[in-house]
Write a protein that binds this ligand. Structure first.
Ligand code: ADP
Length: 378
């Protein structure tokens, strides 16, 4: 072999070794940069199944990263960026990953400051690397349950007052058997308390019927003028005692279609309140007119009025602006909540304007019923 052939062979061997070294170096570099675990693949078909479930679904990989989340899950607030929240739910996921057991829990969330929502979560292993979280929004159910519990507690509390008073008065009557005047006085108070109890029980029945959407009557055509006269008649004695004049101004041919007993209760409650919360010698006015396709029935007074901050609350069950005063007025705090429910279940709304010291005005807005319109439609 001559020298030049030797140089050529040595060069070729060097080139091959160099290429091999470069390849090995690149290979080791690629290994170093490689993601330790490849992104888990969602099992075929799982995506389609999750998309038809009514629950919101989230898939989490072994590094606690959310790899897939349905839009409602994000809206619900259980996914933020690529993490699952709150911590309670994350803990559940880790427990499931550890032992493979399906778990369920009721969890509360604060998606925004001051708001709380409730979810029911079911966590299960989907594959060796993926965990699935199925969540259902239970906020509404939770709220209904709280309202129901409060209502029952309030009812028991409210019933105890007149029943307790009747008990005491009965004892007082027995003790005063030799004092006819005291007996008359106590029995008159017993009468007042039993009336209050009757009213309370009736209003609780009315309200629970309305809440359960049980219509006491078939819907029928009702003349507004008649409803107003009956409501004024209902409060006539109280108004007379306080020297209050009830003035009416009702368009003659105004009709609505709805539940007569309910609407009667609503208008009567408004007139009764106007009389109750007005001073002696003042005036209450009841007016009704057609406004486009609606009847606007307004009960206005020049009474004590309602502070602005309370206006949102007066339609709540058992809410009274002045609970101490309610003992003398005999108010149950249910009247306006009945009015609001009646308005809603008869397709209408209720509006209020009030200014402390000036007075209040409550307006029932109900769809007007026109016989001609009805004939045209049928
Ligand atoms: P109540 O049986 O106590 O009158 P309501 O639900 O009818 O219960 O009314 C709730 C509260 O709203 C009342 O306790 C009272 O404080 C206030 N209110 C209602 N109507 C009037 C009114 N016309 N003028 C002043 N305050 C009123």
């Amino acid at each position: 072999m001559n020298t030049s052939a030797g140089i050529l062979i040595a060069g070729a061997i060097g080139a091959v070794i160099g290429a091999m070294l470069t390849y090995l170096w690149r290979f080791s570099e690629r290994r170093q940069n490689a993601i330790p675990e490849p992104t888990p693949v969602v099992p075929p078909g799982a995506e389609a199944v999750l998309s038809v479930l009514s629950s919101s679904a989230v898939l989490i990989d072994s590094s606690d990263t959310v790899v897939q989340a349905s839009a409602p899950a994000v809206a619900m607030g259980i996914v933020h960026e690529d993490r699952l929240q709150p911590d309670e739910l994350m803990t559940l996921v880790r427990q499931v990953r550890r032992d493979g057991q399906v778990r369920e829990a009721d969890i509360s969330l604060q998606p925004r400051r001051g708001t709380t929502s409730y979810i029911h979560a079911r966590v299960a292993p989907l594959s060796s690397r993926l965990i699935v979280v199925l969540a259902d929004d239970r906020t509404r159910e939770q709220r209904v349950e709280t309202i129901r519990r409060d209502f029952v507690a309030n009812v028991s509390h409210e019933l105890k007052t007149p029943v307790g008073a009747l008990n005491l008065l009965a004892e007082a009557v027995a003790e005063a058997k030799d004092d006819p005047e005291a007996v008359v006085r106590f029995s008159s108070r017993m009468h007042t308390e039993s009336e209050r109890l009757t009213r309370l029980v009736q209003q609780i029945i009315d309200l629970s019927r309305l809440q359960n959407d049980i219509l006491s009557d078939e819907a029928m055509t009702i003349k507004i003028g008649e409803l107003v006269s009956e409501a004024c008649e209902h409060s006539a004695t109280d108004a007379e005692h306080k020297d209050i004049t009830i003035a009416t101004d009702v368009e003659p041919e105004l009709y609505v279609h709805g539940d007569r007993a309910q609407l009667h209760a609503a208008v009567s409650n408004l007139v009764e309140n106007a009389v109750t919360y007005s001073p002696k010698g003042s005036k209450v006015s009841v007016s009704a007119h057609l406004d486009g396709e609606d009847v606007r029935l307004t009960v206005a007074d020049n009474g004590i009025g309602i502070p602005g901050g309370e206006l949102d609350r007066i339609f709540e069950r058992f809410y009274r602006v002045d609970p101490a005063r309610a003992r003398t007025t005999g108010g149950t705090g249910l009247g306006l909540s009945i009015v609001k429910h009646v308005a809603a279940s008869n397709g209408g709304t209720v509006e209020v304007w009030s200014e402390p010291g000036l007075g209040s005005s409550f307006t029932l807005v109900l769809p007007a019923f026109s016989a001609e319109l009805d004939e045209e439609q049928s």
